[in-house]
Structure formats: C-alpha cells, structure tokens
Design a protein around this ligand. Structure first.
Ligand code: DGP
Length: 121
C-alpha cells in the first residue's frame, strides 16, 4: 500500500487541518492526541511521508531517524512526564492497530500506565 497523501496527519503537516504543536524541528512535529488514553498523550510524527515504522526504517535518512527518536524523548521531558516514566507506542499496520497511515509515536504518561497489553486469545 502506498502512502495516502490525504491522511489526517498529512493534512495537519501541510496546514489543511489546524494543530497546536508542542514541539517541532526540521524533521518532526508533535501535538496532543485528540483522544487521550492517559493524563498526558502526545503524538510525534516525521514531516516526511512515511506510512509506518517499517517504511520509515527502510526509507528515512539518518537525520530523520535520529530527530524522531530524539523528539519522542524531548516531548516526554517538555511535558513533564519523563521523570516519573512514560511509554512510547508505535502501532504498525493492521495487527498493530494502526488507524492513521502516517508514522506516529504515541508518548503517554502522567500516571502509572498498567500492563503493556491485555491479552486477547
Ligand atoms: P493509531 O491507532 O496508532 O493510528 O493512533 C491514531 C491516533 O491519532 C489516535 O490516538 C487518535 C489520533 N488522532 C486522530 N485524528 C486526529 C486529529 O485530527 N488530531 C489529533 N491531534 N489526533 C488525532
């Protein structure tokens, strides 16, 4: 499946949809999740058109890769959740439960987050 240039995050990146960035640099932009699953829930996305983590790992430059990883940790620090700990989630593809087909890291914290997964058999 190729990249969908009309996905929600592509529209945020090119200004078709509004956003309130909490952090940005040459290669990333970060903003609060519209449907928070924790007291603090932020999304960190690359500016480049990457549909998921596999695509990003295969295609992105070293600078893009480094900036995205650094942005995940920076957002945790900026939002005050780094000191007590936080969780980064990257849902990828159908089985990973990815809804928006533009790579995004979820940064969650602000309270104990419980088990990583609830087992479904
Ligand atoms: P995922 O299931 O990993 O693809 O997560 C997609 C997340 O994106 C989900 O937690 C809700 C969030 N989201 C969807 N649409 C918007 C939007 O228009 N603005 C913001 N800030 N977040 C959105």
């Amino acid at each position: 499946m190729s990249y969908d240039p009309d996905n929600i995050f592509a529209q945020i990146l090119d200004g078709r949809l509004p956003s309130a960035p909490i952090d940005q640099d040459d290669h990333t932009i970060s903003f609060a999740d519209i449907n928070p699953q924790a007291p603090q829930h932020h999304l960190v996305i690359p500016r480049g058109a990457y549909k998921d983590l596999t695509d990003f790992a295969d295609q992105a430059s070293d600078a893009e890769l480094a900036n995205w990883v650094r942005a995940l940790a920076r957002v945790a620090k900026k939002t005050g959740i780094a000191s007590d700990g936080y969780r980064v989630i990257v849902n990828t593809g159908k089985n990973g439960g990815q809804e928006v087909p533009h790579l995004h890291g979820h940064v969650l914290g602000g309270a104990p987050l419980g088990a990583m997964l609830s087992r479904k058999t």
